[in-house]
Design a binder for this molecule. Sequence first.
Ligand SMILES: NC(=O)c1ccc[n+]([C@@H]2O[C@H](COP(=O)([O-])OP(=O)(O)OC[C@H]3O[C@@H](n4cnc5c(N)ncnc54)[C@H](O)[C@@H]3O)[C@@H](O)[C@H]2O)c1
Length: 364
Amino acid sequence: MENVEWLQKGLVVLLSIAFFWKLIRYMWSFLKTEKDPVRVLVTGAAGQIGYAIVPMIARGVMLGLDQPVILHLLDIEPAAEALNGVKMELIDAAFPLLKGVVATTDVVEACKDVNIAIMVGGFPRKEGMERKDVMSKNVSIYKAQAAALEQHAAADCKVLVVANPANTNALVLKEFAPSIPEKNITCLTRLDHNRALGQILERLNAHVSDVKNVIIWGNHSSTQYPDVNHATVTTSSGGKLVRELVADDNWLNTDFIATVQQRGAAIIKARKLSSALSAASAACDHIRDWVLGTPKGTWVSMGVYSDGSYGIQPGLIYSFPVTCEKGQWSIVQGLKIDEFSRKKMDATANELIEEKSLAYSCLN
Ligand SMILES: NC(=O)c1ccc[n+]([C@@H]2O[C@H](COP(=O)([O-])OP(=O)(O)OC[C@H]3O[C@@H](n4cnc5c(N)ncnc54)[C@H](O)[C@@H]3O)[C@@H](O)[C@H]2O)c1
C-alpha cells in the first residue's frame, strides 16, 4: 500500500517537472529576441549566381530581416580558392544576420543539417557537347548530391534546383533522395515568371505591385509557356484583366511569349554571360514565398512535382501556378484552359517527358 502511494507521489512530481519545463520553454520562445539561425546551402557558390545570391541571403532578402542565417557554400576542387575568396568577402561585409560560413568542397560537410538547399552548381553545356553528354554529367552530380542531402540535411529541408536542366535535375534529385518528401523538392521558374511580369509592366507602364498572377507552365527552357490569361492589373477603377488592358492579342500570343522564352539567350548575347543578378533575385523570391507565404489572392510559378493537375503527367517536375501557406505550396486549381494554352502546356510537358527518358538512359 505504502509503495503505491510513493509511486503516485513520484508520478505527480515527474508530471509537474515536465509541465513546468514546457511552460518555461514556451515563455522563453516569447522572451527570446533573436530567432535560431537557419542553415542555407548554396552549391556552385563560387560561380556567378552564387556570388550574387550569398549577399542577398546574408542581408535577409530571402528569409526576412529578423532571420539569422548560417551559409553553407559548396563548390568543386578547382574552384576552392575562389570559394574561399567568397567566404572572405562575406566576413568582410560584416552582415549582422550572418552567424557563420561553412565553405567546403566536401558535399557531406556542406549538406550537414541544412534547412534550405539552393542547388546552383552543375555542369554547363560546352561547345561541341551533345545534349546527352551534358545530361549525363548533371545526372551523376544530382544523384550524388541527392544522397548527401538525404543522409545529412535536416529532415524538413526545402530544396530549390536552379542549375540546368533545372526541372530534370530536380527530378533526379527526387529519385535519389526518396526520404525527402516530394513536396520539398522544387525547381526555379520564378525568373521566367518575373520576366513575364517585367514585359507586361513595360508594355502597360505599370508598377510591379499592380500586376499579378501571370503563369509559367512547364519546363525552364524555350518551350515554357508564359500565360497571361488570368493575370490582372490594379487600376484606379478596380482590377482589370491584362488581356483587356493590353488590347493586343496578337502581341500577347506571339512576341510576348517569344521574348520571355528567349530572354536568357538575349542576356547572354548582351552580357556575354548568362543572367545571374536576376536569377539570384528570383531564387530569393521563390524561397521567401514558399517559407513565408504568398500574399492573399496572388500566385507565383514554381517547378513542382506534378500530381496530374491540368492533365500533366504525374511525376514530372513541371512549373505550375502555386500559392504558399505555412511552408507548403499548393497548385492553383480550376483555371480555365483554352485550346491555345492546352497545346503549349502539352508541348512543354512532352519536352520534359523526353528529358526524363534521356536522364534515365544516362542512369543505366
Ligand atoms: N533556373 C533558372 O532560372 C536559371 C537561370 C540562370 C542560370 N541557371 C543555371 O544555373 C547554373 C549556374 O549558373 P552560373 O551562371 O552561376 O554558372 P557558373 O558557371 O558561373 O557557376 C557554376 C558553379 O558551379 C560549380 N560546380 C560545378 N559542378 C559542381 C558540383 N558538382 N558541385 C558543386 N558545384 C559545382 C562550378 O565550379 C561553378 O563555380 C547553370 O546551370 C545555369 O544554366 C538557371
